[in-house]
Design a protein. Structure first.
Length: 263
C-alpha cells in the first residue's frame, strides 16, 4: 500500500470517528440546563455547528474519493464499503447512484448530460442549487434520512428534555450548510464560467491559499486540478495546484513578453 493510500485511510478514519464522537457528545448536551443564556453558550453552539459542518463535508469528500477508487485502490470491495458508509452517514445517499452521477459529471462536464451542471445563464445560483439538490434527493433517501433523525431525536430526548433541538442544531443544520458548501465551492464557482456566454472549456480553480482551501471545502475548490487528475486524493490537490501553476508560469511570461513587443 502506498504512502498516499495509508494517509487517505487514516484521514478518512479520523473524519468518520470525529463525526461519530461529536455526534455522541453534542446530542447528550443538555441545552435546557444552560437555558441558552450567556455569550459562551452561544459561542459553544456556533463552534459545534461549524465543527459538525466541516466533518459533514469531510464525509462527502471521503465518499467522493471512494467514487474515484482512490480511497483504497488496492481493495475494491473495501473502497466501496467505506464509500457507502461515508455517504450513508452524510445523508443516507445511495453509493451506486452517486458513482453513476459523478462519472457522468466527469465524462460529460458542463453539458446537458452532466447532472451537476445547469447551463441556463439566466438561472442564478439559487436556481442552480435547487436543480443540483434535486439530482441527489429521492423519496427513498429522504425517508431514510428522516427516519435516522427521528431515531436520533428519540435517543436525544432520553438524554435531555429538548434533545430534538440538538438534532436540529447539530445534524440537520450542518447537513444543510454542508450541501451549500459543497455546491458553492465544488460546483457553482468552479463551473459557472462554463455557462454561456463565457463558455470556458475547462473548470476553474479558486484562488485560495491551501489552508483556506482546506477550510472552504477540503480543497474541492482546486477543481481544474481535480478534473485534470481525478485519481488524486483530496489532500494531494494542493501539490497538483502548485505543479500546474509552475508549468503555467513560463507560458504566462512568454505571453507577456509577446504582448510587450506590440505595445
Amino acid at each position: 500500500m502506498s504512502v498516499a493510500s495509508r494517509k487517505g485511510l487514516l484521514l478518512a478514519a479520523l473524519i468518520m470517528l470525529g463525526w461519530l464522537a461529536s455526534l455522541a457528545g453534542l446530542l447528550s448536551w443538555d441545552l435546557n440546563a444552560t437555558q441558552l443564556a450567556g455569550p459562551l453558550v452561544w459561542l459553544a453552539i456556533f463552534f459545534g455547528v461549524v465543527g459538525r459542518t466541516l466533518l459533514q463535508t469531510g464525509l462527502f469528500i471521503v465518499g467522493h474519493d471512494a467514487m474515484h477508487g482512490v480511497l483504497w485502490p488496492h481493495w475494491r470491495y473495501g473502497n466501496a464499503l467505506l464509500g457507502r458508509i461515508a455517504l450513508g452517514l452524510y445523508a443516507a445517499l445511495p453509493y451506486q447512484a452517486c458513482c453513476r452521477n459523478h462519472q457522468h459529471h466527469h465524462l460529460f462536464t458542463a453539458s446537458s448530460a452532466d447532472p451537476d451542471f445547469y447551463g441556463d445563464p439566466a438561472a442564478g445560483a439559487i436556481g442552480w442549487y435547487v436543480r443540483f439538490m434535486a439530482g441527489y434527493l429521492t423519496w427513498g433517501q429522504m425517508g431514510r434520512l428522516l427516519t435516522g433523525w427521528t431515531v436520533l431525536s428519540l435517543i436525544a430526548c432520553r438524554l435531555a428534555p429538548i434533545g430534538w433541538l440538538n438534532v436540529l442544531l447539530f445534524c440537520t443544520l450542518p447537513l444543510l450548510l454542508s450541501s451549500l458548501q459543497l455546491f458553492v465551492f465544488g460546483t457553482y464557482l468552479p463551473h459557472r464560467g462554463q455557462r454561456l456566454p463565457q463558455r470556458r472549456p475547462h473548470a476553474d480553480s479558486l484562488e485560495l491559499a491551501p489552508w483556506l482551501s482546506l477550510l472552504a471545502c477540503f480543497h474541492f475548490g482546486y477543481h481544474r486540478e481535480h478534473h485534470d487528475a481525478p485519481t488524486l486524493a483530496w489532500f494531494e490537490l494542493p501539490a497538483q495546484r502548485r505543479r500546474s501553476r509552475s508549468r503555467l508560469s513560463p507560458r504566462l511570461a512568454s505571453l507577456l513578453r509577446e504582448r510587450a513587443q506590440f505595445t
